[in-house]
Design a protein around this ligand. Structure first.
Ligand SMILES: NC(=O)C1=CN([C@@H]2O[C@H](COP(=O)(O)OP(=O)(O)OC[C@H]3O[C@@H](n4cnc5c(N)ncnc54)[C@H](OP(=O)(O)O)[C@@H]3O)[C@@H](O)[C@H]2O)[C@@H](O)CC1
Ligand SMILES: Nc1ncnc2c1ncn2[C@@H]1O[C@H](COP(=O)(O)OP(=O)(O)O)[C@@H](O)[C@H]1O
Ligand SMILES: [K+]
Length: 553
């Protein structure tokens, strides 16, 4: 399991290690620089060859009549320790025979101590020019461009660098990175973060020069010890290219982890396999009974998708509660899924008298008019506190009085809003999240989801390519559909309904609300990856058998 840290948590871990005497800041900086160089050669082994290329394979005039030309790197260093890492990388590449040019943004005299030491080590080997001097032109024509301007310390806008960032985005867009041997094709490597990005929120800081860019872009981003939140949410996911984490020998103490576990956000990387496995001695009732409410005639597809999801994910029984006028429509579409006529709140209350029903999904295409009384019946305090997923109309119906909904919710509920639904229920939180950030750490989707879960008193799953799941006690995780898990085909009608069904089915199987939401979200993306392009919502539950097989269930 990967924990995603904030900049402050990273600094605390680093400080604790330094204070304990097990390592110095200078050693950490050296290891960080080594990690970057290692990552570069792992990504582009052709750069790890001798000290440079042979005569230009493209035969470009610049290289005619030359036997060997060293690889060329441009290293852009900033005013903090990120710049310090840059000076280390410059030195290590120089030692390998590279031609390295270094540019500084800021004043050498003001560098923090460790960065200053590495600046001086570099100046024994080569020059340092101001970043405004030709850095951009040089950047276009080198083999490797290192962005060591700002890392986890970015706290505000960088208007002076907007044009440089715009050029870097062009370099990333214009050039395929393999092979690198063509003239003027820089591979761009960001140290820790593409500069300008806030490490806690992944957001950059817009400023008035809107035609330029607010943060840098890279082919790969090399971070240290553990990735940070900002690598997986916000604007950064478009900028990092690919995130490579390098160990620099830091070990947070057991005590540190114990006292911080509620503040640490985790990245979902696997399902809870053991919990997903069905027990051999269990009958269908042992795997739980899910109920999904449908909308009226002509509006039953969403609930059918959810029901199919609940059944495929392993609920023993799934029943659709259907208004009388829609029964024929639903009956013609379902087979293993059962049906019960439920027209109104009284019918639902009566249906829920069956205590074997142990998970409920309410909201998909339910209809805004019907939603309020049905939600009230579903969450009726007279009933047992039954695990309940509230999605779509069950959320939007309370736009005018979210507190009325919050008053009914209990700790076994899961809310699954997309951005629009989130804004209806939590308008003030959404406003904070959408405000243009001016200083760091900027308010993030993780902050917003945690605040919403606390207010609602239950698990909130805030959808998107970066789905954030939070519990009222602060536990939080991110299900990322970025980088190697990019799944843009999930942005298709009904895909959220299937997710709601997955959660409901897992709740019926006995998962706790946080575990159900996490596992469902992870499986949802796995299904999309398994199917690939062309995916529509109906395909998602049908991939579960293959996904489960891969998990060894
Ligand atoms: N922690 C660790 O374990 C390890 C950390 N390591 C490395 O250190 C990096 C963090 O270093 P860092 O804290 O010095 O921050 P960094 O990103 O260099 O920038 C801070 C400087 O920028 C300034 N500044 C900020 N915004 C600005 C703006 N808009 N415009 C102008 N200035 C601005 C800010 O100044 P101030 O806000 O005080 O004015 C400060 O001077 C981290 O990313 C990693 O690469 C590794 O060596 C391995 C171990
Ligand atoms: N670009 C994307 N990449 C990955 N997943 C996405 C993307 N866009 C949306 N999703 C996921 O698809 C689902 C869409 O849900 P939702 O917006 O409720 O759609 P619907 O109401 O049509 O079912 C959510 O699970 C969301 O996380
Ligand atoms: K950087």
């Amino acid at each position: 399991m990967t924990e995603l840290l904030t900049a402050a948590q990273m600094r605390a871990i680093e400080q604790a290690a330094i204070d304990s005497g097990e390592v110095t800041g200078l050693e950490l900086m050296e290891r960080a620089g080594q990690g970057v160089v290692e990552a570069i050669f792992e990504e582009w082994p052709e750069l790890a060859g001798a000290s440079g290329r042979g005569a230009s394979p493209s035969g470009s005039p610049e290289y005619l009549d030359k036997e060997e030309v060293p690889f060329r790197a441009v290293v852009l260093c900033g005013p903090g320790n990120n710049g310090g890492d840059g000076f280390v990388v410059a030195r290590l590449l120089h030692e390998r025979g590279w031609a390295v040019e270094v540019f500084l943004y800021g004043e050498a005299e003001k560098l923090p101590p460790d960065a200053r030491v590495n600046y001086e080590r570099w100046t024994d080997l080569g020059e340092v020019n101001d970043v405004s001097v030709c850095a951009m032109n040089k950047g276009w024509s080198c083999d490797l461009l290192i962005d060591a301007l700002f890392g986890t310390g970015t706290t505000r806008a960088l208007p002076d660098l907007g044009e440089l960032f715009w050029n870097m985005e062009d370099m990333v867009d214009c050039f395929q990175v393999e092979p690198l041997h063509e003239i003027g094709r820089p591979a761009i490597v960001a140290i820790d973060f593409p500069s300008g990005v806030c490490a806690d929120s992944g957001r950059d800081f817009p400023h008035r020069d809107e035609h330029w860019r607010f943060s840098a872009s890279a082919h790969i981003t090399v971070c240290f010890h553990q990735p940070k939140l900002g690598h997986f949410i916000g604007d950064a996911v478009e900028k990092c290219g690919k995130v490579v984490n390098k160990d620099i020998g830091l070990r947070p103490s057991h005590e540190w982890r114990k006292s911080n576990w509620r503040q640490i956000c985790k990245l979902l990387q696997a399902a809870h396999q053991d919990w997903l496995r069905k027990l051999t001695d269990q009958n269908k009732f042992g795997n739980g009974h899910s109920v999904v409410l449908t909308g009226e005639r002509g509006h039953t597809g969403a609930a059918r998708l959810a029901a199919r999801g609940a059944l495929r994910v392993g609920a023993g029984l799934v029943t659709l509660c259907v208004p009388e006028d829609a029964c024929q429509e639903v009956a013609s579409q379902v087979t293993s899924i059962m049906m019960k006529t439920v027209d109104d709140a009284a019918d639902l209350s009566a249906a829920l008298e069956d205590k074997r029903i142990n998970a409920l999904c309410i909201g998909p295409a339910l209809g805004l008019d019907r939603a309020k009384p049905l939600v009230a019946a579903a969450l009726d305090a007279g009933q047992q506190a039954r695990p309940t997923v509230l999605d779509a109309d069950a959320l939007s119906a309370f736009a005018d009085e979210p507190n009325a909904l919050f008053a009914m919710l209990h700790e076994k509920c899961v809310l699954t809003p997309h951005g629009g639904e989130f804004a209806r229920l939590f308008p003030d939180i959404s406003e904070k999240l959408n405000a243009v950030p001016t200083k760091g750490p900027a308010y993030s989707k993780v902050d917003a989801t945690r605040e919403a879960a606390k207010r609602a008193g239950c698990v909130v799953l805030f959808k998107g390519a970066d789905t954030v799941i939070a519990a009222p006690d602060g536990r939080c995780s991110i299900n990322s559909a970025h980088y190697e898990r990019s799944a843009p085909w999930l942005a298709t009608a009904g895909s959220g309904d299937v997710l709601a069904g997955f959660i409901t089915g897992l709740l019926a199987r006995g998962f706790d609300p946080m575990g159900a939401a996490e596992t469902a979200a992870w499986l949802h993306v796995e299904c999309a990856l398994k199917f690939g392009p062309g995916l529509i919502a109906e395909d998602i539950p049908e991939q579960l058998p293959a996904v489960f097989r891969d998990l060894g269930l």
